[in-house]
Design a protein around this ligand. Structure first.
Ligand code: ADP
Ligand code: MG
Length: 460
């Protein structure tokens, strides 16, 4: 496949994944400029588009590209203004360029926004992000329960605002969309508005620009439920903060529900005025903690069930163990593995998973060494460390050795030959045999299975 063909396919994939509207607004104008070594250079006509696409879609584009061509490691997105002669119709709609504002040029999304001043909720809610699709675990149960509670309130408001916070990719946006869907179902008469703090700011700036702030205030103050995502974005943006503060107070006074998300607790929001920080903490503050293994596995299982995907459970276990950073990355890893298998027409294996995700695994690596594994396993089964390398084949030492190889495969990024070498220079087929054997035994032997689980926890 040529680079252009790959790009064409990826475009189609993006179109079907994100939908026609999103594609036309943001992704349509991306052009493939060149491929240089392991870096793909894409261009967009404005800085605004470039920033937006970089923040929201670059990861996915990169994943698709890596899946199609394993030589690719990076995606670079640059600004390349449209050729004016060929695009007379694409006049800039808003000319803020000199002031350094992100509103530059004739980008489609700005035209649509101007033409569509009524912020409608449903258009911006992602149908996949529902309570049904949200997997609850220890780390997110408070946030989840609070979100549910908000949607069940009939006349009284349980807490105002609900402030959800946690690291990136842990489900804040998912919960907010889920709240939106649930309210739309339970109380269809309620006017709900969801938007990112970034959009709030752009709308506000635009209102200022068009001397339309009355209308702006009106729109925001007439909603029953206002959700603002990623509020940390307006920290340090004083006039937007000021406006937000007034909107906030007006809604609280009318007893309308506000739900806010942020990447840190209200008290830790630097660049946010003290009065704003204290207001944000008035209601219920619920934090989402990093995921644990069980939750990660649960999320993967639920994705696989929803998509009716056929994949071995041990691949899911592997991913849940190894991709620990956040849920977005975990989902991305699963998608990448599946995309690869679809592309080459072969079932997913542990080997192919490790190959496709090599860069990601390295980044998530907690650098457990094979030596550590050998040491822990030897201690646990009460054999000598030297038996990990020895040629002795008595079951009392051979079995623990196989367990150690099995854990080495699961917990490190080492290849089979590399693992073999660390076990007294054994052949990779011996390692493969050990992996199969342990897989088999785990199904019959509960005690062994528990031993392995225990060892794994200790090592992690
Ligand atoms: P945040 O807004 O906190 O950065 P998102 O809500 O965008 O994170 O979540 C990132 C991705 O992970 C989304 O695709 C979301 O559906 C998924 N996700 C996060 N938490 C869960 C969960 N508990 N169950 C199912 N999917 C989840
Ligand atoms: Mg988010």
């Amino acid at each position: 496949m040529t680079d252009n063909e790959i790009w064409k396919r990826i475009r189609e994939k993006l179109r079907s994944e994100f939908g026609e509207a999103t594609f036309n607004s943001w992704l349509k104008n991306i052009e493939l400029e060149k491929i240089d070594g392991d870096t793909v250079s894409l261009t967009l006509p404005t800085r605004f588009l470039r920033d937006w696409v970089s923040n929201n879609y670059a990861t996915r584009i990169r994943q698709l590209w890596c899946a199609a061509d394993s030589a690719i490691r990076n995606i670079e997105i640059r600004v390349k203004p449209l050729d004016r002669k060929n695009s007379a119709s694409q006049k800039p709609t808003i000319g803020f360029a000199e002031t350094g504002s992100p509103f530059i040029g004739g980008a489609t999304p700005i035209i649509t926004e101007v033409a569509n001043p009524d912020p409608s909720l449903m258009s911006s809610l992602d149908p996949r992000l529902t309570f049904d699709n949200f997997v609850v675990g220890k780390s997110n149960e408070l946030a989840h329960a609070a979100a549910r509670r908000v949607t069940e309130a009939k006349d009284s408001i349980p807490f105002n605002p609900l402030y959800l916070y946690g690291g990136v990719g842990l489900g804040k946006t998912h919960l907010m969309h889920a709240i939106g869907h649930a309210i739309a179902t339970n109380s269809p008469q309620k006017k709900v508005l969801y938007l990112s703090a970034e959009k709030f700011m752009y709308r506000f700036i635009r209102a200022l620009r068009y001397k339309d702030t009355m209308n702006f205030k009106e729109q925001f103050r007439s909603v029953d439920v206002l959700m603002i995502d990623d509020v940390q974005f307006i920290a340090g943006k004083d006039s937007t903060q000021e406006e937000f503060f007034h909107t906030f107070n007006a809604l609280v006074d009318q007893n309308h529900q506000i739900i806010i998300s942020g990447d840190r607790s209200p008290t830790d929001l630097e660049g946010m005025e003290e009065r704003m920080r204290s207001r944000l903490g008035w209601g219920l503050v619920a934090d989402i903690h990093p995921t644990d293994y069980e939750l990660r596995l649960g999320i993967l299982q639920s994705k696989v069930e929803q998509g009716n995907i056929d994949i071995e459970p041990r691949i899911l276990e592997f991913l849940a163990h190894r991709i620990t950073s956040n849920v977005r990355e975990l989902e991305g890893a699963l998608n990448r593995v599946l995309a690869y298998s679809e592309l080459v027409g072969r079932a997913v294996t542990l080997e192919s998973t490790q190959e496709v995700l090599r860069d990601l695994l390295r980044a998530n690596d907690r650098r457990i060494t094979i030596e550590e594994i050998q040491k822990k396993v030897a201690e646990h089964f009460n054999i000598r460390m030297s038996d990990m390398h020895s040629a002795r084949r008595a079951r009392a030492v051979a079995r623990p050795r196989q367990v150690a190889m099995y854990l080495a495969k699961q917990l490190t990024s080492r290849s089979l030959p590399e693992i073999g070498r660390k076990f007294g220079g054994r052949d990779h087929t011996t390692v493969m045999h050990a992996l199969r054997k342990i897989d088999q035994l785990r199904e019959q032997d509960v005690a062994l299975s528990e031993d392995i689980e225990l060892l794994r926890r200790m090592l992690e």
